[in-house]
Design a protein around this ligand. Structure first.
Ligand SMILES: NC(=O)c1ccc[n+]([C@@H]2O[C@H](COP(=O)([O-])OP(=O)(O)OC[C@H]3O[C@@H](n4cnc5c(N)ncnc54)[C@H](OP(=O)(O)O)[C@@H]3O)[C@@H](O)[C@H]2O)c1
Length: 286
């Protein structure tokens, strides 16, 4: 299998490159300096060599609500440009998406069949990207991840993740107030990437939710990080209504059901707490 990873310097991209190498697949990692996803000529130039799968793990870095045009350009148009290139080569396009495509009003996990109803500009741009990929002629797999975390963090978030931020703040003795009324299923990037490889091996197409098993609030996730790390923290629960106004609306509930994984016979990634343990073990070994 010859795989191109676009957005290869990012949190998911790095894990995807590692997972492809683990699978002994040939992988071409492309960072932003090598390709601009919203530019057809740039994509055509960077993806010149033959490939079987292109993984688009890019995301626009800025606050989407402040620049909807750029968010749509990269997250929506860029998704379609990469898909069109894959179609022109008879290759498969994997587009990485998000739980933010949902409204957050559900009270039970969102299945892949639920129609997106995003509430934020970021969610709208990603849902539009999904729709443009689905409307393309490309053979495609849309992998929705949520609350992604890994060592090195997200480039869009300045090289950090929730887990890293919590650990740094606790070690600095800062008081931590973390929302307890936003419930999600986190995705540990190495697990999400390995599961994406497993889905590709099974020939999965369409949409697949790829989050670690189980769910938690951000407060519960922070508490688990400190318990697993064995460090004390001044941690207390807070509410979404206490957050400063002006930020993008967040889905209150965005637990993703694993219907596609079940259908394709691919095991759900390990429970999120075990993934945190793995993160801490790897971090300690660095
Ligand atoms: N992080 C999360 O919590 C989270 C949650 C749910 C879903 N997701 C989704 O997961 C995917 C990966 O997120 P991530 O956290 O891994 O992102 P990330 O760490 O910010 O990485 C994004 C990658 O895309 C590149 N990039 C950005 N704009 C580009 C453009 N216009 N053309 C080409 N490359 C570009 C970046 O390069 P430079 O840094 O050099 O610009 C970087 O390599 C995205 O689809 C995102 O929507 C993320």
């Amino acid at each position: 299998m010859r795989v191109v990873v676009v957005g290869a310097t990012g949190q998911f991209g790095r894990a995807m490159v590692a997972a492809c190498r683990e699978a002994s697949w040939q992988v071409l990692p492309l960072g932003h300096e090598a390709v601009e996803v919203a530019d057809r000529a740039s994509v055509a130039g960077a993806l010149e060599a033959p490939y079987d799968v292109v993984v688009n793990a890019t995301v626009w870095h800025g606050p989407a609500q402040e620049d909807p045009v750029m968010a749509l350009r990269v997250n929506a148009l860029g998704a379609r440009v990469v898909a069109d290139h894959a179609a022109s080569r008879g290759a498969t396009c994997v587009t990485v998406s998000t739980d933010y495509v949902f409204d957050g009003d559900a009270t039970c996990p969102y299945d892949e069949t639920v129609t997106p109803a995003p509430r934020s500009v970021y969610g709208i741009s990603k849902a539009t990207g999904e729709a443009l990929v689905r409307a393309s002629t490309a053979d495609h797999l849309i992998v929705r991840v949520a609350s992604l975390f890994d060592i090195g963090g997200s480039r869009a978030k300045g090289g950090t993740s929730f887990v890293a931020t919590m650990l740094a703040n606790a070690r600095a003795g800062k008081p931590l107030r973390v929302v307890n009324d936003q419930v999600h299923s986190p995705s540990y990037a190495p697990d999400a990437a390995a599961t994406t490889v497993a889905l590709l091996r099974r020939g999965a197409r369409g949409i697949a939710h790829v989050t670690n098993a189980g769910w938690c609030s951000w407060f519960e996730m922070a508490a688990a990080v400190f318990e697993e790390a064995g460090i004390g923290a001044d941690l207390a629960p807070s509410s979404l209504k206490d957050l400063p106004a002006g930020g993008p609306p967040r889905p209150r509930y965005s637990v993703l059901a694993h219907g596609a994984l079940r259908r394709h016979g691919v095991p759900s990634p390990r429970p999120w707490r075990e993934a945190i343990r793995d993160y801490l073990t790897r971090e300690a070994q660095r």
